[in-house]
Design a protein around this ligand. Structure first.
Ligand code: LIP
Length: 337
């Protein structure tokens, strides 16, 4: 029987080595991250820790800590894997979107995911390190230093939070909701501020929250953490059922999708499905596309008693219900293809 590693041409030991490297790097930069978190201020203009807006948009900012951490991570990775490719939020901000997405092992890094949180001392912010091979995300590490949470996963090797397997709960405590009105949802408003964008995003939120009699889903709650990577970690953990966002970048969710998949969850990228719960004939044959900037993730759903396969059927139904209500705008893909 073929193992999940065959298609990737990556030996299990190699994948474990990549994961170990990512974990060591996240831990190495953790102290700089923590130090910066307490010293950086949105309003600390003029000092080394000030938040600088990108392209005149104060909601989309960068700090010296983001740039420093990305440099450290990439210089270490280049020493160990000189033949690999590297895509990072801050490098891309400097050189633009012209890089080519290839099958080569590619490290996709957000040195500070949730930069806005970082400069406002809101704890959902962390270092996100993902790796793709043959364009498929296979390693994901998210370290949230302020919460002291280290999420780790690699394809076929499971997902963990501080060494404990994800999801943290199992049935019967981890139940299977049968309608969106029983679901906790995560989403983001993003950093764009144009009237049309804000209207479209809030129309989506309104439809998700509105009472069913008026055509809404009446979701049980809708939370915005400010960090796509944290949202995916919360889905992997089982603390929320669903995360949907349109417009985040590959570095925001390259690591997080591996956490969700390895915790038994399912991911839809706008074109196909991935997840161990999904019957083989329904799984996408393409690599999960993290460059198209669309993401829907659903946590592991235990099968209902006596109904094998029902967990996935419910994942599919909930996903279809969400996709019916959310905006369907296109975003410029990350990188060239
Ligand atoms: C953030 C993402 C989030 C998105 C924000 C921002 P950053 O990442 O995690 O999903 O809605 O606009 O892009 O820029 O803080 O690393």
């Amino acid at each position: 029987m073929p193992s999940p590693f065959d298609r990737l041409c990556v030996a299990r030991e190699q994948l474990q080595a990549y994961l170990d490297t990512a974990i060591a790097l996240a831990k190495e930069v953790g102290p700089v991250f923590k130090d910066g978190f307490w010293r950086t201020g949105q309003f600390a203009a003029g000092n080394d820790f000030a938040a600088i807006d990108k392209m005149g948009n104060e909601a989309d900012c960068v700090t010296a800590v983001d740039c420093h951490i990305e440099k450290v991570i990439f210089s270490r990775l280049r020493e160990i894997y000189p033949e690999h490719k590297f895509v990072g939020e801050e490098t891309t901000a400097e050189i633009g979107n012209e890089y080519k997405v290839t099958d080569d092992p590619t490290w996709v890094v957000d040195p500070v995911d949730g930069t806005n949180n970082f400069v406002h001392h809101f704890p959902y912010t962390g270092i996100s390190i993902g790796l793709t091979v043959n364009k498929e995300p296979v390693v994901g590490v998210l370290y949230l230093p302020i919460l002291d949470e280290l999420y780790t996963a690699a394809k076929g090797l499971g997902a963990q939070l501080n060494g404990q397997s994800l999801p943290l709960l199992n049935s019967p405590a981890l139940t299977t909701p049968t309608a969106l009105s029983q679901c906790a949802m995560l989403s983001e408003h993003g950093s764009l501020r144009s009237e049309s964008y804000i209207k479209s995003r809030f129309d989506t939120f309104q439809r998700l929250l509105l009472e069913k009699e008026k055509g809404g889903a009446s979701v049980r709650n809708l939370r915005i953490t400010g960090s796509a990577a944290s949202d995916l970690a919360l889905v992997a953990k089982g603390a929320a059922e669903i995360y949907w966002e349109a417009g985040p970048h590959a570095w925001d969710y390259a690591a997080g999708v591996v956490l969700v998949l390895e915790s038994g969850g399912a991911v839809f990228d706008g074109a196909g499905w991935w997840g161990s719960s999904i019957p083989e004939d329904e799984r996408s044959l393409q690599p999960l596309n993290i460059w198209k900037r669309k993401i829907l993730a659903i946590r592991h759903m235990p099968d209902l008693p006596g109904k094998p396969g029902s967990g996935h059927e419910i994942q599919k139904q909930l996903a279809a219900d969400v996709l019916n209500l959310v905006e369907d705008a296109s975003y410029e893909p990350d990188g060239s293809h």
